[in-house]
Design a binder for this molecule. Sequence first.
Ligand code: GLV
Length: 306
Amino acid sequence: MSTRPSVLLTRRIPSAIHERLSVGVDVDLYEGPSAMPADELLARIRDKDGLISVLTDKVTKDVLAAAERLKVVSNIAVGYENIDVAAAKARQVVVTNTPDVLTEATAELTWALLLSAARRVTEGDRLIRRGAWKGWALDFMLGTELRGKQLGIVGRGRIGRAVAAKAPAFGMRAVFAKHDMSFDELLVSSDVISIHTPMTPDTRHMIDRRALARMKRTAILVNTARGPIVDEEALAWALRERLIAAAALDVYEREPVVHEALIGLENVVLAPHLGSATRETRSAMIDLAVNNVLAVLAGRPALTPL
Ligand code: GLV
């Protein structure tokens, strides 16, 4: 029987990084076409020393209890609400995430969505594709200019600050909730509101009917953080009733399901959870996740523990 540590890997990773991982450990790779089913995770974790997971893997108390040898859960994501961190800590399992390496990619996507919503880019794309463009007109598809406007940021972590750093390039003034003003004041006074806070019981449905009703009628809401922070039903209502002008979303309450009321609206940009999806960032995330597992299994401290 092998004395090498064994690691469960729930998604395929680039071959060069996989090979580097396999030098030190036995790798059990889940090769299914989509997310690893929960019962399979529960069965295959039993004899493992490490787990490399993604945000669709639910690392519950039961999964952790099934894995008596487990020493490390390395999530290829900065968010970690898919892991019962308290249960892991109680079992002395180290949990790691991938901060820093995805900050710029996520900030760039935030600006892509923000600009797209403000200038109706995806709406125009749909119009052209259905053959409905009649030609240039003075009052055709007018959007909102960003210069001189206030960008209200909820969450002053790495990504929120990276989004704010790009605001001067567009002539926007960035303000942070809880630092520059209260959340309520930010809702009332911002032209764009961008969410960059982690998903916790406190932030669930932070953007609800009440919050949406307080925003300017010209406001644009952007969410590249986590879906359940925004009440999708309430958002669809606010967009339909024109209580706010537009929204741009990268994350959803029940991914990959998107609320059908949102699908039918023109004034919302819908991206399929692409925040960190650049070639550069994804390989840096995977590299970091592998380094975290190898460090812990070699008895060294993790690089980015929670
Ligand atoms: C992606 O959503 C992440 O948390 O890294």
